[in-house]
Design a protein around this ligand. Structure first.
Ligand code: FMN
Length: 210
């Protein structure tokens, strides 16, 4: 299994990056091949709106450091998007990446992403109120599902402001490990087929027959 993570925070010791890396580490321990892209350190621009991916090419015509990352993310089995919440949305770095995935869609908006993939969205915000900014995930889940990612998992952490503080929350890191097992671990055993025991029936003679 190949997992590609797009990291949308510009901060060193970022909370969302810390969570994403813990997830990747857990998945790697289960045998996954992982790759991360620190978007803030990449030389790339957002979608130019040229339409070339709909009229001339199956891939984005903008050539920069995002070109190879877009191809690798499209081919991976799992796409991870990890971002701080900025003004009620993902960071600008993450939005610029996401806009470039317009090239994952055919002109009829069917997907160019091969089927059978999962996505993980990691969102971290300072506001402790879970109702605040709870619209972000459904909005991105909608597009990820259009691309064919299913399921789209969410790891959302609220009430976290200072860099790196997520590390101090053992229960949270347990949640990350559990998510890694869910995504990259062996599939759950199918429930055993319970054979309905044959019910003895009484024959006309009064003997028990099966
Ligand atoms: C420009 C900016 C905008 C922010 N906007 C929000 C916001 O709308 N809601 C919120 O709860 N926190 C907001 N925050 C706080 C961050 O989401 C919070 O510090 C988070 O832990 C940062 O994640 P990171 O460490 O992965 O960068 C904002 C921070 C910055 C720098």
């Amino acid at each position: 299994m190949k997992i590609v993570a797009m990291l949308g925070s510009p901060r060193a010791q970022s909370n969302s990056t810390t969570l994403a890396r813990a997830f990747l580490k857990g998945a790697a321990e289960l045998g996954a091949e992982t790759r991360e892209y620190l978007l803030n350190q990449m030389d790339f621009q957002g979608c130019q709106g040229c339409g070339g991916c709909k009229t001339k090419s199956e891939i984005c015509l903008k050539e920069d450091e995002m070109s190879a990352a877009l191809a690798e993310a499209k081919a991976a089995d799992v796409l991870v998007l990890a971002s701080p919440v900025y003004f009620g949305d993902v960071s600008g770095q993450m939005k610029c990446f996401f806009d470039r995935t317009y090239s994952y869609l055919n002109p009829d908006f069917s997907s160019r992403v091969p089927a059978g993939k999962q996505a993980v969205v990691i969102l971290v915000q300072a506001n402790p109120d879970e109702k605040q900014f709870d619209d972000i995930f459904p909005r991105y889940e909608r597009w990820l599902k259009l691309y064919g990612y299913d399921p789209v998992h969410l790891l959302r952490v609220t009430g976290v402001r200072e860099p790196g503080v997520v590390k101090q929350h053992a229960a949270l890191m347990d949640r990350v490990a559990a998510l890694a097992r869910k995504v990259a671990g062996p599939p759950p055993e199918p429930p055993p087929k319970i054979k309905k025991p044959l019910q003895p029936v009484s024959g006309a003679s009064g003997q028990t027959a099966y």
